[in-house]
Design a protein around this ligand. Sequence first.
Ligand code: HAM
Length: 435
Amino acid sequence: MAVLTRKVKGAEDILPRDSYKWQFVEDIMRKEAECHGYKEIRTPVFEHTVLFNRSVGETTDVVQKEMYTFDTKGGESITLRPEGTAGAARAYLEHALYNDGLPVKVYYMLTCYRYEKAQAGRQREFHQFGMEAYGSADARADAEMICAASSIFERLGLKEKIKLEINSIGCPTCRKKYSDALKTYFGEHKESLCDTCLSRLDRNPMRILDCKSEICKGIAQNAPTVLDYICEDCAAHFEQVKGYLDCAGIEYTVNPTIVRGLDYYTRTVFEFVTDCIGAQGTVCGGGRYDGLIEELGGQPTPSLGFAMGLERLLMVLRANGTELPGEPVCDIYIAALGDAANKKAFTLIQELRSASFRADGDLVGRGLRAQMKYANKIGAKYSVVIGDDDLSANKAMLKNMESGEQTEMPLDGGFLEKFISLYVENEQKRMIAES
Ligand code: HAM
């Protein structure tokens, strides 16, 4: 296919026939975030490269292999965001959001970019919904964050399909002991590790645990697990988080192998996973990042968050056979022929739209029959045909496209009022019949 009509690999179009599904899911996410006191933040699609190097981490796959980085004409190194946490944290500091009173709670809906091997559920351009909270070290904040993500899945009817796994990866103090244990373990398998992991062995051996190479994955299976190394404070915090999750009736499994693929995490980490969409089964990931704000130059600020991938979530909905509320359809189509009739139809359509009806009429010069065919095709609920005779009689017939029922409508005043009352009456009848 010619390059001009072919999208770039790893990016997807969201077509008009599907976009209502995205809007439905996004609406649930926004409402959930707002119920929890979160407000939307919108940050730029690109940031200074150093922001991601510093926060996501120099030895992560994301920074080492997956970033879309380029130099601007002015010579600055810029990167398309691979995730939302770093940009939100930068904005929190740059705009001193901490002055608004802690905790500061933000959510976002973003496109992200990672140069990954494209496959089902793994794209180079993808969409994340995320929530971040700054300024609470309390285990209730961890549980609240997990509850918010969980509630989104529940509202979408996916409670049985998406399971929560949690872990604690401790703080810099306990991480040191764990790193030493990993160095010893992986040191014994040096000759089999991939080149990237060899370079990680000294700098950040925990990253070897989420290497995508099959050989490294095999070796990592028997590596020491972090829960055996966390300090008393971190262990107590983890117990509290579990206690609050129990209070909220949230089911979880402790999975000591979760370490997450980004460097900023401390203490609680969690993932929501499914087995119904193939290899890319992590729908949502998050955790605490108590050191990040300080790392970026701010005051020590315990923080946490999560992000979920919209593409993966929609795949789960599809695999689950979930029926999302139908595509919006046209409420009323007004067909007309001739100059005077077109003007009348145009005026009525504008009036109907001002009253928030989805109203439509001809824009391409079709004949009356073809206009009605089009009205059928777009699923119009009602239609009106205005011809010369109707104009001189100042009335036209409104047709209920489903039942075929016809109602006489005035054309020179009172059309909108009569349509509203008919519409409401029929909607009520429909709702009663459906219930
Ligand atoms: P992450 O695990 O890298 O975490 O990504 C979160 C979610 O984004 C994944 O669970 C997945 O659903 C989706 N995702 C990631 N990469 C791709 C891809 N290539 N194609 C499609 N979907 C993808 C983060 O990004 C952290 N910033 C989450 C976070 C927020 N932690 C604390 N606050």
